[in-house]
Design a binder for this molecule. Structure first.
Ligand SMILES: [Zn+2]
Length: 417
């Protein structure tokens, strides 16, 4: 069995006179190196951050990357990553990697997520609104999920065991348990039923993970994170955190936790707080799919350690760039003759070497270099923002930093809008 070379240590905690704060800084150690937390983990869905070299991602400060098990299972096939020596070797990235379980993707398939999830026959009527007028592309039952490939329409089935096998073949340092992802539109009754299903799947994931860890001799240790669902309900969220936080099967526990599922902006902080009040303090917590500056502050403040999101790269490809004074579209006509960088003083490769006028020209000319340069700036910006939160926590200045940053960011945002 591989050495359990995965640890998490807390460095500092956010404290406030009379306050009871959950936020902290720390270090996650994996077989491919350390991640200082809080940290933003850029998404490389198909083992590539679109349009950017892995070397550039390293240079701009990424400590780890997250790929999607669902996409890599369909193409090129997780067996090919296994043969290549794992995700990190395959994509020439020698730092830590994460994969998500495929649960969110098999149930959402990337398009119209909140509209296409189909439910069991017996609950389908109550939750009919979700599949209304849309083709049902995934079917969930107690054993697993049957879904149609978005690539060629072929039928596939994911179970907790399949997800574990796929993620072991891909070989990321941090992998996630297979969960059912519900939406805010499901009925309370469905959420309860789904939460129990996810709990039973978590037990199966632990057993399969342990069997794979023991049988795949000589492979680097992979840490398994349990995923917490429960939508917007306090009792369900707290129950999920208690259940998975104390869960043990085949002699092992989860190495960390992912906070998943339906999270809307207005309740994000409250939900993260509920679960982190219940979870064991000494294990890392990953907030799935969150990357907007104000949401990152809320997540860090309430005790989330790592974050991933496609937004910085996806928005970059549409010419939307982040700055300390808000976001703007660099393809806007106003920047045609603007020979200054996206942001004065920004340390990224793009701002060090290129002007808004040049990016404006690339976007308008539909040149692929536009995506590369804009993505480098956005990923640098979001990674540095979370790095700066970590430094502020270590100096006990988190709230001053938050107030200062959001004051400028939001004021500029209304100006730019
Ligand atoms: Zn920049």
């Amino acid at each position: 069995m591989a050495d359990k070379s995965f640890t998490f240590e807390i460095t500092s905690e956010i404290s406030e006179p009379g306050g009871d704060r959950l936020g902290r800084s720390g270090v996650i150690s994996t077989p491919h190196g350390e991640i200082k937390t809080p940290a933003f983990i850029p998404v490389g869905t198909k083992a590539t951050v679109k349009s950017v070299l892995p070397e550039s991602m390293k240079e701009l400060g990424a400590q780890a990357l997250l790929a999607n098990a669902y996409h890599l299972y369909l193409q090129p096939g997780s067996d090919i990553l296994d043969e290549a020596g794992g995700l990190s070797k395959f994509m020439n990235w020698d730092k830590p990697t994460f994969t998500d379980s495929g649960g969110f993707q098999v149930m959402s398939l990337g398009v119209g997520f909140k509209k296409v999830i189909a439910m069991d026959a017996d609950t389908f009527r109550a939750d009919d609104v979700i599949a209304d007028k849309k083709e049902r592309l995934a079917h969930v039952d107690d054993e697993g999920v049957t879904f149609k490939s978005h690539l060629d329409g072929s039928m596939h089935r994911f179970t907790p065991e399949v997800s574990m096998r796929v993620q072991h073949q891909i070989g990321a340092d941090i992998i996630f348990a297979f969960d059912e992802c519900t939406t805010l539109h499901n009925t309370r009754r469905y959420q309860e039923k789904s939460l129990e299903r996810t709990r039973l799947w978590a037990l199966r994931c632990l057993a399969e993970h342990q069997a794979l860890t023991q049988s795949r001799i000589g492979k680097p240790y992979q840490a398994l994170f349990g995923v917490l669902q429960g939508a917007q309900y306090e009792d369900l969220r707290r129950k999920a955190a208690k259940d998975l936080g104390t869960m043990e099967n085949s002699g092992i526990e989860f190495d960390g936790f992912g906070i998943g599922g339906a999270l809307d902006k207005s309740t994000l902080g409250t939900i993260v707080k509920w679960v982190n009040e219940e979870l064991p303090r000494n294990k890392p917590r990953h907030l799935l799919g969150i990357g907007e500056p104000s949401d990152l502050f809320v997540g860090v403040e309430n005790g989330a350690d790592t974050f991933d999101c496609v937004a910085p790269s996806r928005e970059a490809r549409t010419s939307a760039v982040y700055t300390n004074t808000g976001r703007f579209n660099v393809s806007n006509g106003a920047f045609k003759r603007d020979f200054t960088p996206i942001e004065e003083g920004c340390g990224c490769y793009t701002c060090q070497n290129y002007t808004k006028a040049y990016l404006n020209h690339l976007f308008r000319g539909k040149e692929i270099l536009a995506a590369t340069l804009a993505t480098i700036h956005n990923e640098y910006f979001i990674i540095k923002l979370v790095d700066d939160m970590r430094k502020a926590i270590d100096k006990q200045e988190f709230f001053e930093f938050k107030k200062d940053f959001l004051g400028r960011y939001q004021a500029g945002r209304s100006q730019n809008a």
